[in-house]
Design a binder for this molecule. Structure first.
Ligand code: AMP
Length: 304
């Protein structure tokens, strides 16, 4: 079939090799996605993959841009994964805008946009559970029990379906990167994990799909999160080596400048995510706060 148009695939054979023109293909079935990735693998094309939950912002687009630079084919998935949401979390009202995401993905040069339904990804009750046992007793793993089990489960499936050479993740979700690092190493996925810096608004607020839930007042307060983290960094740069001092300072700044409820402020080794007595290795200072409708996270990673 030779048809050109949105979401259609146009191929031609050059010297017996199927050439792919730059038109994005929208794929909703696992079987079809596997057929596509197999074809690219056979043609020795590298695949860069960015898994997402959609409602794209600059953070997502940055992952796509990085993947474009380093791979022949860029695959992106949009899937709001119910397994990684707790019972009282925002699965039902997680922001979605498939039409806009499709347009953005196409304009950023995505080749394969995989948008499965929940039924497609989980057609039966689970007969196998993946459980993270390290790097999840702190930060979001502690506040959101089971969250990272859901993340590794969906990623193991997506990695098998997409078969990427490289997978792109944002450092805004630094614990997720630490967890994916374990998944890739312990389950021997032949995938290079690429860490992409946090994309921010001009005022420093980390981009997040959940920022749409912020009231005007909360939006004005939210940059206080990065300001507090920057203060933590400058304390460490000035030889402060006691985690408790830094955590206290960040807490105080958040309390002073926002109306949000602090979920956690922690300083841990990174990527191991262990509590430490002294800052003499790479560390993360990570924050989660709950505004009325939006839970926001942010972090900085610092190496003394
Ligand atoms: P999500 O759609 O929120 O699950 O995010 C999909 C991917 O985009 C994850 O790897 C996130 O870490 C990444 N991401 C989300 N927000 C940002 C951001 N502000 N900067 C960089 N990457 C981000």
């Amino acid at each position: 079939m030779f048809s050109i148009g949105k979401g259609k695939w146009y191929t031609r054979k050059v010297f017996g090799i199927e050439e792919v023109e730059g038109i994005m293909k929208i794929i909703r079935s696992i079987a079809e996605m596997q057929k596509e990735t197999l074809m690219h693998k056979e043609n020795k094309r590298s695949i860069g993959f960015a898994p997402t939950m959609g409602y794209f912002h600059k953070g997502h687009l940055q992952l796509i841009e990085e993947a474009k630079k380093e791979n022949d084919i860029v695959a992106v998935s949009i899937f709001v994964n119910p397994l990684q949401f707790g019972e009282n979390e925002d699965f039902g009202r997680y922001p979605r805008d498939e039409k806009r995401d499709i347009q953005l993905a196409e304009s950023y040069g995505v080749d394969l946009l995989f948008i499965p339904t929940v039924e497609e990804m989980y057609p039966t009750k689970p007969q196998l559970n993946m459980v993270m046992v390290d790097r999840v007793d702190v930060l979001c793993g502690k506040s959101r029990p089971g969250h990272f089990d859901g993340v590794v489960t969906v990623l193991a499936k997506l990695f098998h379906i997409v078969q990427p050479n490289r997978a792109y993740f944002g450092l805004k979700d630094a614990q997720q990167i630490a967890v994916v690092d374990v998944l890739i190493q312990q389950y021997n996925f032949p995938i290079e994990l690429i860490r992409v810096p946090t994309a921010r608004e001009d005022n420093g607020l980390a981009m997040s799909s959940r920022n749409v839930y912020l009231t005007e007042q909360e939006r004005a307060e939210a940059p206080a999160i990065i300001h507090a983290l920057q203060e933590a960094k400058s304390l460490m740069e000035n030889e402060e080596r006691h985690p408790a001092v830094i955590v206290e300072k960040v807490r105080a700044l958040l309390q002073q400048h926002t109306s949000a409820k602090i979920d956690y402020v922690e300083l841990l080794s990174y990527p191991e995510l262990k509590t430490i007595e002294q800052i003499n290795q790479q560390v993360i200072v990570a924050v989660a706060v709950q505004f009325e409708k939006a839970r926001l996270i942010d972090n900085i990673i610092y190496h003394p």
